[in-house]
Structure formats: C-alpha cells, structure tokens
Design a protein around this ligand. Structure first.
Ligand code: NAP
Length: 294
C-alpha cells in the first residue's frame, strides 16, 4: 500500500458538519488521494450550528482548498459563499465547496449521486410517479433530477408541511418544467394511499440513522410489489426503510452508491482529475463495515 505522506505542501480538504465523527467521506477521499499519489489530505471539521460564519473565515484564512458540507449546513452555508454554481442555486443546497482564486464557490454533487444510483438499478424517472419523503437539501437534490428526467408527478411528503410547500414554490419560481409537484404533510389523511400509488419512494430524511427515532410507523402502508425504493441513509446492515420495502416486494437501493458518486464528483471538481471510483467504492464498502451506526 502507498504511504500517505503529509508535509508543508500538503493541500487540505475536509467535511464540515455538526456531527461528522461517523462520516465515511474522510475514508473515501483519503483513499482516493493516496491512490492518486496526491499530496492532499481530507479531515473532519466539527462545527457548532452558531459557528458556521466564523468557521468559514478560519478555513479561508488557513487556505483549505475545498470541503464537503453536511447536516445541518447545506442550505445555511449559501449566503456566506462568494459564488454558487447555477445548479446549486436552482437546487437550493450546497454539498461541495472549492477555493477558486481566493473565493469559496459552492456546488452540488448530491443530485448526480442520486441519479447515478437510480440509473445503476435501471430506473428511468421519465413519466414516472415519484415520492420524496423529506424537504431538506437531500430532497431538493433528488427533486431536481426527477424534474430534469421528466418525472410525471413528484409528491413531496414532509413532517413539516410548510417546508414541503416552500420547496415546491422554490422550484416553480426558479425552473420551468412539466412535472407536477405536490407538497403533502406526513400526517395528512390520505398520504399513505397517495404514496402507494407512486413508482418510486425515496427517504430523504435522516430517519434510520442512530439518534433520529422514531422510525416511520406507517411505512408498511407505503410499499407495494413492483415499486423501487431508495433510502439515502445507508448500512452497515439493511436500514429499516430498506428492510420494510423489501419485505413488501420492492426493489430497494440504499445511500451508499449515492455517497460514492457524490464524492467522486466532488473529487473531480477539486482536482480536475478523473476520480478513482473503484478505489473510492472499495474504501466506502470497507468503511461501512466498520461503522458502528448509520
Ligand atoms: P436536512 O436538510 O436537515 O433535512 C432533513 C429532512 O428530514 C427535513 O425534511 C426534516 O423535516 C426531515 N426530518 C428530520 N428528522 C425527521 C424525523 N425524525 N422524522 C421525520 N422527518 C424528519 O438534511 P439533508 O441534508 O436533506 O439530509 C437528509 C438525509 O439524507 C441525511 O440522513 C443525510 O445523511 C442523507 N444524505 C445522504 C446522502 C448520500 O450520499 N447517501 C447525500 C445527502 C444526504 P422537517 O422539514 O419537518 O424538519
């Protein structure tokens, strides 16, 4: 195995979030840097929710070349960045930042990870009825791709109905499209029937990760044979969402491939090089096996 050398010229990258101790991103990106023999390192940056602005000033001052952004900062970081890519602006969420000529520029690669995972399972959203559970940054990334790929209907089902409405309004204001967006509350009367009538159900909430209890107790009434389900949360074993959907006859995808592809796209943005995707997948699979929780 090639050694990871750190010296005075090492470029620093990282992940910025409130709770990043279980993140697989350092494992995936350091494996990629070592494989490419790049003089670069990727570190976890734990930031408190009130400390985002100061943290960004600090990262810029010490010349951090790029970083990923995770819960709860993907939307909150946008006003503090110098520039935002067109796609990230439309989506309303940034998960990748690059230092470009002294300025921090925000990108979104989650949406690419999402669509690549669906393609690998042979699912084409064109004219399909889709459900997204959640209305945060991850939900926005998937809705963006479903719109681009011509989904017929997109039910946006969220705990807080107002946030589902806000996502709908934002997309309708920023983009022109034919897909019908339908915001719903998770506790709305006919929501289970509506979800069951769709072809794809995506969990874009942290439910299933440790610390995000309770599970969705009505989940078994969402799924039916022939559906595709997609949980953005991942292993080590099957998540409750994946488990419940498989036992109801669905084909299910967990969030690991999405994680690998969004990381590969971030690597490409930072280095202008082709990402070593097989090595990144190998590291992610090894890492998820060691992780204590989702
Ligand atoms: P976020 O912006 O904080 O949004 C969280 C969403 O989940 C909101 O809609 C929130 O509803 C809902 N939610 C939170 N706790 C809930 C609960 N206990 N019950 C029901 N709904 C709940 O987070 P995010 O960035 O979108 O990330 C969401 C999940 O996707 C995380 O687990 C993240 O790790 C995962 N993710 C995975 C990948 C991947 O590559 N696999 C990429 C991106 C994200 P309210 O609006 O009501 O608060």
């Amino acid at each position: 195995m090639i050694e990871h050398k750190i010296n005075g010229k090492t470029a620093v990258y990282g992940i910025l979030g409130e709770s990043v101790e279980n993140s697989l991103s350092p494992i995936i990106h350091n494996a990629a840097f070592i494989f490419m023999e790049a003089n670069s390192v990727y570190l976890p940056f734990h930031i408190s929710s009130g400390g985002l602005k100061d943290a960004l000033r600090g990262l810029s001052e010490i010349g951090v070349k790029g970083f990923n952004v995770t819960i709860p900062f993907k939307e909150k970081i946008m006003p503090y960045l110098d520039r935002i890519s067109k796609e990230a602006h439309k989506i309303g969420s940034v998960n990748t930042v690059k230092l470009e000529e002294g300025s921090y520029v925000g990108y979104n690669t989650d949406h690419m990870g999402f669509i690549e995972s669906l393609r690998r399972k042979g699912f084409d959203p064109n004219r399909k009825r889709c459900t997204i559970i959640g209305a945060g940054g991850a939900a926005r990334s998937s809705i963006y791709q479903l719109i681009l790929n011509g989904a017929d209907t997109i039910l946006i089902v969220n705990r807080n109905f107002g946030n589902a409405e806000k996502v709908t309004e934002d997309f309708e204001r920023k983009m022109k499209f034919d897909s019908k967006l339908m915001p719903m509350g998770l506790d709305q009367k006919n929501v289970e029937k509506m979800i069951m009538g769709t072809d794809l159900v995506v969990n874009a909430t942290p439910v299933g990760m440790k610390g995000y209890e309770p599970q969705f107790n009505m989940m078994n009434r969402w799924f039916r044979q022939g559906m595709i389900t997609f949980d953005m949360v991942y292993g080590p074993g099957k998540t409750p969402f994946v488990e419940a959907s498989i036992s109801n006859g669905c084909v299910s995808i967990d969030g690991l491939e999405m994680l690998i592809y969004q990381a590969a796209e971030a690597f490409k943005i930072w280095t202008d090089d082709n990402p070593p995707i097989d090595e990144m997948r190998r590291a992610a699979k090894e890492g998820v096996g060691c992780k204590k929780d989702g």
